[in-house]
Design a protein around this ligand. Sequence first.
Ligand code: PMP
Ligand code: GLN
Length: 385
Amino acid sequence: MLQPQLHLQSRLPNVGTTIFTVMSALATETGAVNLGQGFPDFEGDPELLQAVSQAMTQGLNQYPPMAGIAALRERVAHKIQNMYGHSYDPVQDITITAGATQAILTAILAVVHPGDEVVVLEPCYDSYIPNIELAGGVAVRVPLTPGTFRPDMAKIAQAITPKTRAIIINSPHNPSSMVWTQDEMRQLEAILAPTSVLLISDEVYEHMVFDAQQHHSAASFKGLRERAFIVSSFGKTFHVTGWKIGYVAAPSALSAEFRKVHQFNVFTVNTPMQHGLSAYMNNPEPYLNLPAFYQRKRDLFRQGLSATRFKLLPSQGTYFQCVDISEVSDLSEADFCTWLTREVGVAAIPLSAFYADGFDQQVVRFCFAKKDETLHKALDRLAKL
Ligand code: PMP
Ligand code: GLN
């Protein structure tokens, strides 16, 4: 207990431990198969691990440049150019970050003033709203269309006011796995055109889009990229979520403000990982092959789930599969996930954790970034349902 004179007024009074941590702890405690928190249970490519080890043993272990090593920033600029057709300046426009989480917080702290409004589309990743609140901003929550999770352009347009400083979008989308179409990106471009609203585009699942669909990065749209911080995560792309390394691409004026904050919240990001990644990214195949790699796992998992009473929602991208539980249980999503972990031995994540008001639509999320044997083990257990 703190002494009364040390009493703290919490800066995040409504925040507890994240659902991902809670469900992973419960899975460990109960020995359940963990399809909750989004992370692979297999290793990254040995070539990448080797490239990082080599950098370490070669003595590349001291502070790198504040914005990231030049070679990695060049690789990122090259990748964006090849995939999305826009050329960012690696020196001024690309910053290496300690994962996407830090990138998003830093972007928000860099541009949001107290009282500014930031539009978020719910369900949304659980760090966005607390990040906005830490900056003194006000989160304006706009629902994605219930059932399909598609962006409702009329609602987005309505939510924008003279106080709006930014909007955060996320495609491919966690948790629903919905992928924005080119037309939806164009509509957003048109909505934002007459405004000074900035865009934070969370594209951490950019290389996980299925069924020959395409990821439409904000970088491909002039009216979006000129106002955007585009965020991605090497952790997702290369199966190394624990490395906590990603990047932000933004026009130089935005990047300059971003770096003012970045240099005082992390200053720099781990050196050997940067060298390892830049050597490894010489070959684009690992990320170009990612859709096929994950689509096969998705199909295996969906095939197994089709034998249960879960109703399968579409999985267009990411490494998540959502299911409607209404035929299986009357429990709330959160209680169902706890029950499923304890009694059936499979951990999942309730979608209500992605809504500030805990909205419950009887849908839960599974992560299929797992070895086939892990997926089979989970499916054997879920078959009872
Ligand atoms: N945004 C979304 C939508 C995510 O799902 C995640 C997490 N996995 C992140 C950001 C954070 O990524 P990182 O681990 O690189 O911080
Ligand atoms: N992004 C991952 C997920 O949605 C987990 C990240 C975290 O644990 N904060 O499951």
